[in-house]
Design a protein around this ligand. Structure first.
Ligand SMILES: Cc1ncc(COP(=O)(O)O)c(C=O)c1O
Length: 401
């Protein structure tokens, strides 16, 4: 039996309970919409945590995937394939980076950057052996691997999973003095999200990143921006660093790099940092495979040629203004950039989850995070009418409280 209840029961019985999804079983997606197995349509306001920026099942990405899958899917990097060089060329031209290292998941891109930057610290900066330090921020989210959760400050992410790797210092996000004080002669990198995503869409104070950039340059510290969620149009710019008027030394992208068809991530850097990796020191069976490269090329093309980044800026402003106009005594804050938005509720509202359930009943899928915050991140192809329709329903749900 494949009823909603039966599928949920089977998932619960056989699967590990490491997620607590809304009880909606989806079977189809197109553009900003997804449909459940009962035929109900929803406006997707999560976009698979910003992986589906180009909209569900984008036809041109789909075509590229099918065409490539009929020819060649995987060679491993033991041999070369005819897609990788083109992927490098196109992403380098788009982002201005000099070197690219393709991986699969976002967490793998983060781990790759950590490895490369430590080696760079020893070989180029001259840090004493085994002493390299990386500064990170409290409330960070960079993924779920052992290396990464070791420097998380979220008890759910790290409790019970130790021991963890040393070499990380944690400072408050947005506090330039704390960052300055944490710097030592052993600091090789600052790893940070331009906007804290999982922590609830926390936008940094004006001038923070300009200050960070200056200190990194002054002290020879590699600035690694994790743009896995903020990148590729989500905030209304190709990369969120553009809002700050700075350039990272290493940029991490993933998620929307495939438009949601396939796990594809990449580390982008100048030649110095990725240049330290020699054959045999890092790799991935699937990283840089021809199918992933063909999909990523089509995904980047769709994003840039179809005006999605500009639309994200315009629709993001409309959405944010609409949310700000809602008169409700339970809204504490509305914030975000582009189509990376959040509504934080007052503690008396009793948690964001029930409002996400109410939105679901009205045909909107949004995600609660950290108890009191509703995250809103629709595909970047959303239209004015769809934004206005969504605002009406957010207003009805939040005003009725
Ligand atoms: C900023 C950031 N970094 C890294 C990751 C990890 O990506 P993945 O889940 O593909 O490993 C995420 C995922 O949500 C993220 O938001």
């Amino acid at each position: 039996m494949s009823t909603t209840a039966a599928l949920i029961e089977t998932e619960y019985r056989l699967g590990a309970h490491n997620y607590k999804p809304l009880d909606v079983v989806l079977s189809r997606g197109e553009g900003v919409y997804v449909w459940d197995i009962e035929g109900n349509r929803y406006l997707d306001c999560l976009s698979a945590y910003s992986a589906v920026n180009q909209g569900h099942c984008h036809p041109k990405i789909f075509k590229a995937m099918i065409e490539q899958a009929q020819k060649l899917t995987l060679t491993s990097r033991a041999f070369r394939n005819d897609q990788l060089a083109h992927f490098y060329e196109e992403i380098a031209a788009l982002t201005g980076s000099h070197k690219v290292l393709p991986m699969n998941s976002g967490a793998e891109a983060v781990e790759t950057a950590i490895k490369a930057v430590r080696k760079w610290g020893y070989e180029v900066k001259g840090v004493a052996a085994e002493k390299a330090e990386i500064i990170v921020c409290s409330n960070n989210f960079h993924g779920r691997t052992m290396g990464i959760v070791g420097f998380s400050t979220d008890p759910d992410a790290r409790s019970g999973f130790g021991p963890f790797a040393p070499g990380f210092k944690i400072v408050p996000f947005g506090d330039i003095d704390a960052f300055r004080e944490a710097i030592s002669e052993n600091t090789v990198a600052f790893l940070v999200e331009p906007i804290l995503g999982e922590a609830g869409v926390i936008v940094p104070p004006v001038g923070y990143f300009a200050g960070v950039r200056e200190l990194c340059t002054k002290h020879g510290i590699t600035l690694i921006l994790d743009e896995i969620q903020t990148g590729l149009g989500r905030t209304g710019k190709l990369l969120a660093e553009e809002h700050e008027g700075i350039e990272a030394d290493v940029t991490l992208i993933g998620k929307a790099l495939s438009g949601g068809f396939y796990p594809v991530s990449a580390v982008l850097s100048n030649s110095e940092v990725l240049g330290v990796l020699k054959p045999g020191q890092h790799g991935s069976t699937f990283g840089g495979n021809p199918l992933a490269c063909a999909i990523a090329r089509a995904a980047l093309k769709a994003l840039t040629e179809e005006g999605m980044i500009e639309n994200s800026a315009r629709m993001g402003e409309r959405f944010q203004n609409g949310l700000r106009d809602i008169r409700s005594n339970i809204i504490k804050d509305v914030r975000g950039r582009g189509l990376m938005l959040a509504v934080e509720l007052v503690p008396e509202a009793g948690g964001a989850r029930q409002y996400c359930e109410a939105l679901k009943a009205r045909g909107i899928l949004a995600k609660d995070t950290h108890g009191d915050t509703i995250r809103i991140a629709p595909p970047l192809v959303i239209t004015e009418d769809q934004v206005d329709w969504a605002i009406e329903h957010f207003a009805a749900v939040l005003a009725s409280a």
